[in-house]
Design a protein around this ligand. Structure first.
Ligand SMILES: Cc1cc2nc3c(=O)[nH]c(=O)nc-3n(C[C@H](O)[C@H](O)[C@H](O)COP(=O)(O)OP(=O)(O)OC[C@H]3O[C@@H](n4cnc5c(N)ncnc54)[C@H](O)[C@@H]3O)c2cc1C
Length: 100
């Protein structure tokens, strides 16, 4: 975080400089901020994060919309049912491992 203008250097109006200083502060700060590098770094992070979910959503889409019966979808739900049965005996054990 940083400050510009009166917030950074409050002064009485009797030098007649405050407005000019605020404008120059803003211009200098803008010149110092490397927007292109910041945006590139952000986009690299953001696209990598989004790509995982986009790929998962594509797999879901491919499973839902098929010609004929949605066999993969049925298998998916069957596997979910098996997983739920396997996990059931452990459902009452708290995640912390301590007693209730
Ligand atoms: C009587 C008088 C005469 C002056 N004469 C001159 C002159 O002749 N020449 C000169 O160069 N300077 C002059 N100044 C000084 C000049 O007005 C200031 O230095 C200049 O306006 C500072 O600009 P600034 O953007 O830093 O702050 P400001 O102009 O004060 O802008 C800050 C803005 O933030 C807003 N704000 C505050 N809190 C919040 C919040 N929580 N959320 C959202 N917004 C918020 C305010 O409403 C305001 O719009 C004079 C000042 C006065 C009082």
């Amino acid at each position: 975080m940083t400050l510009v203008g009166d917030a950074a250097h409050l002064m009485s109006p009797f030098a007649g400089e405050g407005a000019n200083l605020a404008l120059i502060d803003g211009a200098d700060l803008a010149r110092e901020i490397d927007v292109e590098t910041a945006l590139s770094r952000y986009e690299k992070m953001m696209f990598a994060r989004g790509a995982k979910s986009a790929a998962a959503s594509q797999r879901g889409l491919d499973m839902m919309f098929v010609k004929g019966p949605p066999r993969k979808l049925i298998l998916f739900f069957k596997a979910m049912g098996v997983a739920a049965k396997v996990a059931k005996p452990f459902a009452r054990i708290p995640a912390s491992g301590k007693g209730e």
